[in-house]
Design a protein around this ligand. Structure first.
Ligand SMILES: [Zn+2]
Length: 201
């Protein structure tokens, strides 16, 4: 039996934090120690921020984004292109596209990708809402900005099949050589995709 070295409150903190992606028990323990040592400038503000998050942040009923207003500030921004909906797997993907500031459209967050082995079918994802949104007259294009993984691409195929009978244009992100990428360092799949998607200069 391992000896107890800390009270249940500390153990609980370690356990909860180690459930976060990228944090194993060892790094969770380190994080907890830092929090406890820095009570005033870290622990208390973090506890307050978490409480605020619990009270104020919710999922947008339209697109699945997370925000303090509902519908979210992206959905309710009238300056955005209403004809384009960019479909992403997770809120983090939406944030990445917003940070890059390349598109001023509305989004739709699926909440993951299809994964039949894990019991994740279309009903577990935010797909029905997307099909309903695609039927609105102002929507002309659905851009499937899903991950370039097997699951991401099979999810994209499924959605484009579902939209085949509608008038909207379904598009996806280009795949190929990254900016600044050297051919010698690319994996075979990326190189093959770039070759297939070649364009006339
Ligand atoms: Zn929204």
């Amino acid at each position: 039996m391992s000896r107890k070295i800390a009270g249940p409150e500390i153990e609980r903190l370690v356990q909860l934090l180690s459930r976060l992606p990228g944090l194993g028990p060892r790094s969770a323990r380190k994080a907890v120690l830092s929090l406890l040592k820095r009570r005033n400038d870290l622990l208390l503000p973090l506890s307050d921020a978490l409480q605020q998050a619990v009270e104020k942040i919710s999922e947008c009923p339209v697109c699945g984004n997370l925000d303090t207003v509902s519908p979210c500030s992206v959905c309710s921004d009238p300056r955005r292109d209403q004809s384009l909906i960019v479909v992403v797997e997770e809120v983090g993907d939406l944030w990445a596209l917003e940070r890059a500031n390349i598109v001023s459209a509305r989004y739709h967050v699926l909440g993951g990708h299809l994964s039949p082995l894990d019991g994740i079918g279309p009903e577990q994802l935010n797909v029905a809402n997307l099909l309903a949104r695609a039927a609105a007259s102002e929507v002309k294009e659905i851009l499937l900005a899903l991950n370039a993984t097997v699951e991401g691409q099979s999810t994209a195929h499924y959605i484009s099949d579902q939209l085949a009978a509608t008038d909207v244009t379904v598009s996806r992100l280009a795949q190929g050589v990254p900016i600044g990428g050297e051919l010698d360092y690319l994996d075979d799949g990326t190189l093959a995709a770039a070759f297939k998607a070649r364009r006339k200069l």
